[in-house]
Design a protein. Sequence first.
Lengths: 485, 471
Amino acid sequence: MTAWETVIGLEVHAQLKTATKLFCGCPTTFGATANHQTCPLCLGMPGTLPVLNRRAVELAALLGLAVEGTVHVRSVFDRKNYFYPDLPKGYQITQMDHPIVTGGGLWVETEERGRRFIRLTRIHMEEDAGMSAHGGAGTTRVDLNRSGTPLCEIVSEPDVRSAAEAMAYLKALRSVLRYTGTSDGNMEEGSFRCDANISLRPVGAEEFGTRVEIKNLNSFRFVGQAIDHEVRRQGAILESGGTVEQQTRRFDSKAGVTVFMRGKEDAHDYRYFPEPDLLPLELDEAWLAQLAGSLPELADSRARRFASDWGLSAVDAAILVADRELAEWFEAAVEAAGPEAAKALSNWTLGEVLRQLKEDGLDPAAIPLAPGRLGQLAALVAAGDISSSIAKKVFAEMWCNDGDPAEIIEAKGWKQISDTSAIDAEIAKVLAANPKQVEQYRGGKTQLKGFFVGQVMRATRGQANPKLAAERLVHALVDLDNDEV
Amino acid sequence: MSATASELAAALRAGTVTSAELCEQALAAAEGASDLGIFITLDPAGARAAAAQADAEIAAGQDRGPLHGIPIALKDNLCTEGLRTTCASRLLRDWIAPYDATVVQRLRDAGAVAIGKTNMDEFAMGSSNENSAFGPVRNPRDPSRVPGGSSGGSAAAVAAGIVPLALGSDTGGSVRQPAALCGVVGLKPSWGRVSRYGLVAFGSSLDQVGPIANDVAGAAALLQAIAGPDPLDSTCSGEPAGDYSAGLGGDAPLRVGLPREYVDELSTEARAALDAGLAALGDIEVVDVSLPHTSFAIATYYVLASAEASTNLSRFDGVRYGARIEPGGEGLDGMYTATRSDGFGAEVQRRILLGTFALSSGYYDAYYGKAQTAREAIRGDFVAAFADVDVLVGLTAPTTAFPLGSKTADPVQMYLSDIFTIPASLAGLPAISVPVGTDGDGLPWGLHLIGPELAEARVLSAAARVERGLA
């Protein structure tokens, strides 16, 4: 039996995050009434001419720099010709032979294959088509709100080797898109769509097998499921001695299978040629250099730095950097408190901060707390001024109005009791009030120590230093025994 | 109306005539010449309103410049808000644009009075104005003959004295050739000199809107009003428009290139017309030059223009606007086929097929790719020639106006009428046709003057010398 290697190349269409369309001034806002975000140009009316959106170019170039590709100072738009009712001009303006970006790549990490570099072939700009809704009785309704929406298509080399790696690649790509602000990467709203090219070859073979393209995968989960199914399907064909046909398929998410759409013989002839209504796009070197200077540090590099500089685990670091705003907030918190506090701040951030954000339905960009506050709180815990349970109450108070934790503790009278005589007095009261449990403890049921500590904490409304309380409790119980003798 | 635009402008300012009177004369003349098929749509209401406004403004001392209050005709491939724009096609016979072309907007701003939309070859494809869903245009000089095309209606409107000025569009000669055949002045500006926004596209990399006038000064004034950068057309040159009227009286010595390839095959009669033009230019030195790639021009043009047209016309699919024909039961493809087969005339369909073929996978390199190479070579010929001369001179068309129907059976013969105009189109250069006498039947010849890129002022000035020299 032959062992097969899976070979995957991915094509992602990401919506560039501009306020207006690629070639006209219509807004790109999602969810407007059908055909209300249109003008003569994006309706394909005669005589209209495209005027390139400068911001879209800037975003595409920024993305190219972020993936360390070559951003070309000269690129060319082309027409891709085909008839469809939601394509108003009968052609799509895209970039074929001279895309704005070539090369570059992304580091991707999976458990099974470790850390690998997935190369990119190219990134080019293009306009989106509209949407067709196929209704009953053979009618089709067309909404051209999306027509002319700026997209960049990011094409990978066939470097991906498994469904898990494909999903890791897509997540890494989406992270870059979000870090650079080039795209929302929102699959539900269609601003991040994926096609997967899949083939199998005998392990060790140089030549690629015949590839099958799966169109329009619109969730990470479906990408994984579609690849898994397609690998099984092709594997079965090859195992039985058959040959895989070059096809375009789609994923039926209900049945969990890929379904035939069209074969090689039905492939369109798109008759690409240079778009005469747009001059070649020429970028200024100095402008590009300036743009490169504005690039933020990306998630991958940031996570590695968090782990190596501050000793955070790879898992924790990965969660902290997943969102650029959270990562930047966390980093500012560590800067304010000092690197020795990093571990504690990471715990606070991954625990209370994320929990509060989720509870309040907020994005990390909207964290109401100044990053320095978290360090102040952690320092009070470390100094023994408050217990960790009190600290959570203080955190909740701080969260609402960015309060100073020391002031909150003062105002609420929550300072931890670390005075031995005061704790001893509370212990004496607890032991006196629970003679039955004292009896049992002395009978050997020493696990009741926790009960007594709990009672002391309750009596002090959580303010007793729990470690001290436990110590003193042992003393008190030993003293009790000694008194008996 | 045989008066020139500048004579009318002077009369309007002197108060000896009103714009309303000029407008009524133009409308009446258009009605009177209806046998010639010059107009597809007249706009009496719009014209009268514009004329009334011009009269009020002139009376109040407001002066919008040399076109203020002057009647003008617009080729029917220029979008006009609220007035149908048909491109002489069945498919667009009822289509009304919700916007003005930039040139139309600029004419309105200049106070010109648009009286209607002129007939043309469908989607500007033709050299005789016989490819119109609204019937042919006849040459006012001899109604048995064609006016040339594709801006035949605009050239005829000026030649018939209906208006002193008209706008046409020129892709391979569609302003200059009809201007020559009708005996009027027609200028194709450099590609990028005039905004194409609102000009229904034929061959985008070649199309330019150009002025047609009954004298050179009128063409200069009209170009002045429409030229210059436009934020709606990013292929439009960022260079501000020049002053096209200032140099019209100049008579400094000129180095004139006479391309061998344009002269060699001329008939004796044609050569005599060319010589008359050279004589009229006055103080010139004639230089023998060669444009060695000229023989590739027609084939190159019909590949490139048709390739672009084949996709420019894809939007006419019956989905959003224009006539739609649903045969029923044949689905989407049936609707596309029926709509486009019925909506487009034979010549348009021929060019869509030709262009689609030229761009097809497997044929692209042999046709479109090779044509692009040839275009660069042709461009290079001109660059080399202009290193040594100020303007290039030839005839606009190899013959005078030919009889209706005489070339319709043979498309290639028809295409040859543009043999002298196409090279400058491929090179994106400014070129003008100015009348230079008549043949034995009294039919006009046009002298063709080509200048380097953006040298509109120079070709206008040279044309004005011819005009004066023949006066």
